[in-house]
Design a protein around this ligand. Structure first.
Ligand code: RB5
Length: 146
């Protein structure tokens, strides 16, 4: 799987650790930055990652900022993106099964790097359940056209 990755200064150290894990697990990674802990604006990185998911050059996206909240707000403005703000492994699992999310946003000031790695692993390896969730996700996507 090819994963697009983005962060701001608040998520930079965590991003480096997760990318190391992902590459070790055999994934291909597009690192959209940021590349240091110098202060920057999270929407600039959210858009790069989400565009890569929407245009099909990457299969999923992972965003990390201080809280994960700004990244998730920005990502969900982009047509075709279903981004979940995830702080724990239960949510990482549930959002794939129920929401068919294609991007997750995590907060490095909330969630430990160890848990962030677990969340990303679950996010990448959990299938959408479909069934009763299919129509709910369709209704969410229909909101983009209203
Ligand atoms: C940056 O200080 C912080 O606002 C950002 O990382 C994020 O938490 C925004 O939602």
């Amino acid at each position: 799987m090819k994963i697009a990755f983005g962060c701001d200064h608040g998520g930079f150290p965590a991003k480096e650790a997760v990318i190391e894990y992902l590459v070790g697990a055999g994934h291909e990674v597009l690192d959209a930055g940021t590349f240091s802990d110098e202060s920057c604006d999270y929407p600039d990185y959210a858009i790069k990652v989400c565009n890569a998911v929407v245009d099909g050059s990457c299969d999923r996206g992972v965003l990390i900022c201080g809280t994960g909240i700004g990244m998730s707000i920005a990502a969900n403005k982009i047509n075709g993106i279903r981004c979940a703000h995830v702080t724990d492994v239960f949510s990482a699992d549930a959002t794939r099964k129920h929401n068919d999310t294609n991007v997750i946003a995590l907060g490095a000031r909330i969630t430990s790097v160890e848990t962030i790695v677990k969340c990303v692993d679950i996010f990448l390896n959990t299938e959408f359940e479909g069934g009763r969730h299919e129509n709910r996700v369709k209704k969410v996507m229909d909101l983009e056209r209203k």
